[in-house]
Design a protein around this ligand. Sequence first.
Ligand code: 9UX
Length: 69
Amino acid sequence: ALPAHMLLIEGMTCASCVSRVEKALQQVTGVSQARVNLGERSALVLGNADPHQLVAAVDAAGYGAQVVD
Ligand code: 9UX
């Protein structure tokens, strides 16, 4: 299967938040695509990335994250 991680994101309230989180995730090594869902507070990150780096990137962008899968 295509490697992927699911994150729960805290602190997003608008579409600009979604864009900020997607951009932060897309800059992590190994990420091929990041899709953030505001209503679900989730992020689906495609590619072979280190989940700890994904969390760190979201944190640095000013939001919270936890790895779900
Ligand atoms: Mo708009 Mo989202 O200021 O923080 S970017 S609510």
